[in-house]
Design a protein around this ligand. Structure first.
Ligand code: FES
Length: 139
């Protein structure tokens, strides 16, 4: 397991992520604002990114958790077809130019996938008020 200052957040069971399959989508707070992220398995490794295209800041999956193209080789944005390398989130085609996806640090141990929050991207706490005073759940 990776050592970081923030405690690890369990996301899902390792068995929930098939290689090249559907991603696990989850809510986060980025700089205190609701956002979505996803974790998927690619080449045997778990990788995680904010669900936000580098072309236009919108969610990319064509159905919830479906991020990979038909060949299961690249992450592709359903809006205009920006294409990203799953291993590092770098744009490799389409209108994302030199952009890249925002990576989250994840790992797995003992059959569990974990996320390691950063200073900027934190877990949603449903029992804590958000910055707007509402309960921590994104709308
Ligand atoms: S919004 Fe993703 S390619 Fe345009």
């Amino acid at each position: 397991m990776v050592e970081t200052a923030a405690p690890a957040e369990p996301l899902c069971a390792s068995a929930d992520l098939d290689d090249g399959g559907r991603a696990w989508v989850f809510d986060v707070l980025e700089y205190g604002r609701p956002a979505r992220a996803f974790v998927l398995r690619f080449g045997g490794q778990v990788v995680s990114y904010l669900n936000r295209c580098a072309h236009v800041p919108t969610e990319m999956d064509w159905q919830e958790g479906q991020f990979l193209d038909g060949d299961r080789r690249f992450i592709v944005c359903s809006i205009h077809g920006a294409t990203y390398e799953p291993a590092d989130g770098r744009c490799v085609g389409g209108p994302c130019g030199r952009g890249r996806l925002v990576a989250l640090q994840v790992g797995e141990a003992a059959g569990q996938v974990y996320w390691y929050p950063s200073r900027d991207i934190r877990p949603v706490r449903f029992d804590e008020p958000a910055e707007d005073g509402m309960p921590g759940s994104p709308a």
